[in-house]
Design a protein around this ligand. Sequence first.
Ligand SMILES: Cc1cc2nc3c(=O)[nH]c(=O)nc-3n(C[C@H](O)[C@H](O)[C@H](O)COP(=O)(O)OP(=O)(O)OC[C@H]3O[C@@H](n4cnc5c(N)ncnc54)[C@H](O)[C@@H]3O)c2cc1C
Length: 375
Amino acid sequence: MKPYDAVVAGGGLIGASIAFELAAEGLRVAVFDAQNPGREASWASAGMISPAPESSEMASLLPISLASVRLYPEFIRRVEDLTGRSVGYRKDGALDLLLDETGQAEIDEILALHRGAGLRAEALSGPEARRIEPALTSELRAAVHRPDEASLDNRLFTEATLEAARRKGVEIFAGNGSEALWTDGDVCKGLELQSGRVEARWTVIAAGCFSARIKGVAAYAPVTPAKGQMMALRCDSVNLKKDLWLGHMYLVPRNDGRIIAGSTVEYEGFDRSVTVAGMKRILSGATKLVPALESARIEETWAGLRPDSPDHLPILGPTDLDGLLIATGHFRSGILLTPVTARLIREWVTTQKVSEDWAPFSPMRFQRVRQSRGA
Ligand SMILES: Cc1cc2nc3c(=O)[nH]c(=O)nc-3n(C[C@H](O)[C@H](O)[C@H](O)COP(=O)(O)OP(=O)(O)OC[C@H]3O[C@@H](n4cnc5c(N)ncnc54)[C@H](O)[C@@H]3O)c2cc1C
C-alpha cells in the first residue's frame, strides 16, 4: 500500500474530523476502519454539546470544552458548505430539572459550578420552567436554565464529516481494521492492517473504545467500553424545545420531531444489548419529566459503547513513539470535543505546537502511573 502523510485508525466522528482537518491542510490522509465507519459511539450518541461540568472532578475538561464550543459553528459551517448536508444543529439551551423539595442546595451547587466555569445559568421556579416547556410535569419544583447549550444530530454529523473528509481527498477504507502499531525502535512507522502494512509520517489512533485492542496501543490508551442504552420517541402532542436533564437521564429533541431519550452507563464489556432494565429506567425518567410521553411511540432502541479512560478524561496527544498520536477516551463528551480534538491534532502535526493546554490529557500519563507504582 502507498505511504501517506497521516493514517488514522478509526472512522468515527473523532477519526473523521481529524482526517478532514489534516486533509484541509493539504496532507495525504487515509482512514482505516474495522467495519463501515461511523457506526459505533458516534452513531449511538445523544449529540449534546454541553460544556457544563458534571462535577468539580471534571473541571480540567472545561478549557478544551469551551474552546470546542467556540469552534463548533465554524466547523459545522465548513462541513455543511462542503457537503450540502444539514447536521441538525440547534442552539436552544437546556434545562436541569429538580422534582423534589430538597432541591435548593442542589440548585445552588449547580449554579456555583456553572458560574464558576463562566457559563450562563439561571435558577427557575417550577412554573417559570413550565412556561418555557409546557409539557413538563406539574410536579416540577425548580430548574436551572443553561441558555447556551446546543445539540446536533450526531448520525447526520458523522456521515457529513466523513463525506467532507472524502471531498478533501481523504481515502476511507471500510472493513480494513488496524491490528497493531508498526514500530521500528522508538519510531511508529504506521499501522499493521488486516490487509498488510501502511506507512505514514503520522499515525493517529482514534478507534474509540476499541483502541486498546490494537496491539501496542493499550499502554497509551487503556480505554474500556461504557455502554449507554437509548431510545427514540415520537409524540405528536409533545413539542420540546430544550434538552431536558433529570440527573443522568435526558431528553433531546431533534429537528425531525423525534425525541432522543437516554441513557445508562454500564460496564459490561463489548456487549451492546438493549435490556428491559435499561429501557425501564429511561422510560420512567422520561415520563416522570414529561407525562404526555406515556402516549409516545417508541421508534427505535439501541445501545452504544463510549470510550472511557481510567480517569474519565480524554487521551490526546503525542507519545514516546515518534509519529504516534492518540485521540480517544472522550467518554461522554466526544461530540462536544470533536472540533477541538481535530484542531489540536492538526496543529501538532503541522507545527508541533497547540493552542490549548493538552498536558492533562497526555497518553503518557498512564505510563507515569505504572512507573510510580513500580510496575
Ligand atoms: C449512548 C451515548 C450517548 C452519548 N451522548 C453524548 C452526548 O450527548 N454528547 C457528547 O459529547 N458525547 C456523547 N457520547 C459520547 C460520544 O458519542 C463518544 O465520545 C464519541 O462518539 C467517540 O467517538 P470516536 O470516534 O472516538 O469513537 P466511535 O464513534 O466509537 O468510533 C470508533 C471507530 O473505530 C472503529 N474501529 C474499531 N476497531 C478498530 C480497529 N482495530 N481499527 C480501525 N478502526 C477500528 C469502529 O468501527 C468505529 O468506526 C455518547 C455516547 C453514547 C454511547
